[in-house]
Design a protein around this ligand. Structure first.
Ligand code: MG
Ligand code: ZN
Length: 379
């Protein structure tokens, strides 16, 4: 009798412990990263902008909050392109059913303005499809683009073009990608377009829709107009090199030709990977790679004067704590507390016309309405 009294509370505890909390690591080790490839950051100084933006570049660092940013800033001796932003806020990331979101619900909130259940893509919490800012921009005649460093069908990019109850439905997401048809999309995942159970060859469908379909970076960098479907392999930055900043530049070059303006999403997809792997080197290198893509967006926006640049994240990954560092040498020591995501707020940085709208603390669903209003889009 006494035994069962003791056992019941133990089982009750296991039953109520959320999945995310099971990832928590009570004793994680510190690890140190010493940066060796530093880069200079140019300042953007433009003081006056027109009232409303013609173009929006939204950059999402998957798994990036203050710890990842400051780890990157320390590793680059205090300098990041992010240092240029004067309008800064915070975004609350919880989903419709969890305090700790995944990238499906996080991406859907940013893209559609609806909090939804974890794992859902482009549908509300009742699984009803809801239009994304990219789709609405497209139906208003703007050009659109998506550039990522992971599978193009992964949750964050998918949230802008697809409508499925679960992020694992890659074959369906590939169909939504082909049918929505952003002018430019660059990422991995060609096998879901080519080798399909339904017998469709989405690569041929894209070609017949007028896309340049490329599967090497050399080939892709030559495309500077028309429609582009770029399929690149997914790698850590050590093998990928400058792919993200370079492909961001290609996308801007193509989209800039459109008279009605454009909406471009760029994702630093693998900051999240560094967090899940509890790997400080991986985290910092991906953070700095993403920052260089932010630099490309800022340089474009400074010249152009009609482009709003917004940088944010879907959630933090790894529960990273910075326990030591050296801003003079670019050394950073960190400790992770989970192999999953955390519930932290994430920062929002904005530059250009309408940037002041992003000051303060707001929900992750607020981006959608602000973008609609600023671009004066009809829904
Ligand atoms: Mg992502
Ligand atoms: Zn993740």
């Amino acid at each position: 009798m006494k035994k069962s009294i003791l056992i019941i509370p133990v089982f009750a505890f296991l039953l109520v412990t959320p999945v995310s909390a099971q990832n928590v690591r009570p004793e994680s080790k510190e690890s140190t990263y010493q940066n060796t490839s530093f880069y200079d950051v140019s300042a953007v100084n433009r003081k006056s902008f027109r009232k409303k933006p013609k173009n929006i570049i939204l950059l999402i660092g998957d798994g990036m909050s203050i710890p990842q940013i400051y780890a990157g800033m320390t590793a680059n001796k205090g300098n990041l392109y992010l240092n240029n932003f004067k309008h800064i806020g915070f975004s609350r990331t919880y989903s419709a059913n969890r305090y700790v979101t995944d990238s499906g619900a996080g991406g859907t909130a940013i893209a559609t303005g609806h909090k939804t259940k974890n794992s859902a893509i482009g549908v509300d919490s009742a699984n009803i499809p809801v239009p994304s800012i990219l789709e609405i921009a497209q139906s208003n005649g703007l050009a659109t683009g998506i550039v990522v460093t992971t599978n193009i069908l992964d949750a964050t990019p998918a949230a802008f073009v697809a409508h499925v109850p679960n992020r694992n439905m890659m074959a369906d997401i590939a169909v939504d990608f082909t049918e929505t048809g952003p002018d430019v999309f660059i990422g991995g995942g060609i096998e879901y377009f080519r080798n399909r159970k339904d017998g469709r060859n989405l690569i041929s469908e894209l070609s017949s829709k007028g896309y340049h379909v490329c599967d090497t970076i050399t080939e892709l960098l030559k495309i500077r107009s028309g429609k582009l479907a770029g399929f690149l392999t997914e790698n850590r930055v050590s093998k990928r090199g400058d792919q993200l900043p370079l492909t961001t530049e290609v996308a801007l070059d193509i989209l800039d030709d459109h008279k009605k303006g454009f909406f471009l999403v760029v994702e630093g997809s693998e900051i999240d990977g560094g967090g899940h792997s509890n790997d400080i080197a991986y985290t910092v290198e991906e953070m700095l790679d993403f920052d260089r893509a932010v630099g490309k967006a800022l340089e474009f926006a400074e010249k152009d004067g009609k482009t709003l640049v917004v940088v944010t994240a879907d959630h933090e990954t790894g529960g990273l704590t910075l326990v030591d560092g050296d801003l003079k040498t670019g050394k950073i020591t960190g400790r992770f507390s989970t192999s999953g995501h955390t519930g932290l707020m994430v920062p929002v940085f904005a530059y250009g016309p309408g940037a002041e709208e992003f000051d303060g603390i707001d929900e992750n669903t607020s981006f959608f309405n602000k973008f609609i209003r600023l671009l004066r889009l009809k829904q």
